[in-house]
Design a protein around this ligand. Structure first.
Ligand code: SAH
Length: 347
């Protein structure tokens, strides 16, 4: 018999499963706390559950967990976890502290299919999708392993393209926001995508309350196609159309992420193209100066050029932030995650 992974179950499903096994009504609550809050991986650790019941559970179910393989701490306090999956593959998650906020950046795939020219994950190719439990467990594990045991915000900006693993990602987000588990609030979650138009449309239908960020990175199709091959399939016009009809909650805007690459997309004409695109729907712009990584042939513009680029956008009345990437010294910044394939033997 195939054992059930309890970490894939909603609270309702977990309760039904426990009820079937003659569990008492409060058992499901106890087990939910052990699995999703305390993050235990063995029934043996559930000390307030009778031994007999635990033994029965063992024959029918298991708790899928990722395990910490290594951890690096940046001088700015950012922590990068390398997690091993059951099959030995690895993904990275990054915990960023800013004031009271604890933001966890999780991976959704081992590798990525999209091959953006500036991204290290893209350079490592695609291995497989993560399943819902593997995504959720990055949250549970990182919280357990962190000093303050809290995660206030969740961003799907680690390895992989969330909307290319749509069903598992939605399943994971439903678990994370299950009212009985309450790992992270739905309004504190951001899905970041290269802009898969049909996935954006589906996300709007299925989970409109999560925040949406789109990695635009260029002001016109020709430039974008050079650095993001997916542009061939979904040109900027098609993307803008999907974003213009996205069912944004009142007052909410779509974030446009824009990685600044020296001499590639940092001229005035690029800012103008970005501005035209951004005016088609409620938006704000996050500029991310390129994080340099060995083997990736791009450079970060000088800070004056970053400010000049921001100025062009501000002149056109956009809300613009320059994202100071955290954790660059431990390759934990945007676009520097690649599991243990590229970590230079540090793990
Ligand atoms: N596939 C999703 C999420 C992962 S990438 C997406 O593309 O949105 C998360 C963000 O990091 C994206 O905005 C991406 O453009 C950016 N990024 C990738 N490589 C980078 C690098 N080397 N420096 C700075 N940002 C980078």
């Amino acid at each position: 018999m195939n054992k059930i992974n309890l970490k894939r179950l909603s609270y309702k499903e977990l309760s039904d499963f426990v009820a079937q096994m003659d569990g008492r009504p409060y058992r499901a609550k106890q087990m939910a706390a052990w699995i999703f809050l305390r993050g235990v991986c063995q029934f043996g650790q559930m000390t307030d559950i009778p031994l007999q019941f635990r033994e029965k559970l063992d024959t029918m179910a298991y708790i899928g967990c990722v395990s910490e393989k290594s951890r690096q701490v940046s001088t700015d306090g950012t922590v990068k976890f390398l997690f091993a999956l059951q099959d030995g593959l690895t993904v990275e998650s990054v915990l960023i502290s800013e004031g009271a906020r604890r933001t966890l950046c999780v991976s959704t795939q081992v590798g990525c299919k999209l091959a953006c020219a500036f991204c290290l994950t893209g350079a490592s190719g695609f291995t497989r999708d993560l399943d819902a439990a593997e995504i959720v467990d990055q949250v549970i594990r990182a919280r357990e392993l962190s000093d303050e045991k809290k995660i206030t915000n969740l961003v799907l900006m680690g390895m992989g393209e969330p909307l290319d693993n749509f069903d598992k990602v939605i399943h994971a987000l439903k678990l994370v926001t299950d009212p009985e588990y309450q790992l992270v609030g739905v309004r504190k979650i951001t899905v970041s995508t290269v802009g898969l138009a049909p996935g954006i449309e589906r996300l709007g239908r299925e989970l409109p309350k999560v925040k949406l960020a789109v990695s635009l990175n260029a002001g016109d199709d020709a430039t974008r196609e050079r650095i993001m091959p997916i542009t061939k399939k979904y040109p900027m016009d098609a993307l803008a159309k999907a974003l213009a009809v996205y069912p944004l909650p009142q007052g909410r805007r779509i974030t446009l992420e824009y990685v600044l690459l020296k001499g590639v997309n940092d001229e005035k004409k690029d800012a103008e193209g970005l501005s035209r695109f951004a005016k088609k729907f409620p938006s704000k712009i996050n500029l991310i100066p390129f994080n340099q990584t060995a083997g990736i042939p791009f450079a970060r513009p000088d800070i004056e050029d970053v400010r000049r680029f921001k100025g062009w956008l501000v002149e056109k009345n956009h809300t613009v932030m320059i994202r100071d990437s955290k954790g660059a010294d431990i390759l934990a910044a945007c676009g520097q995650l690649a599991g243990d394939k590229w970590s230079g033997g540090k793990t």
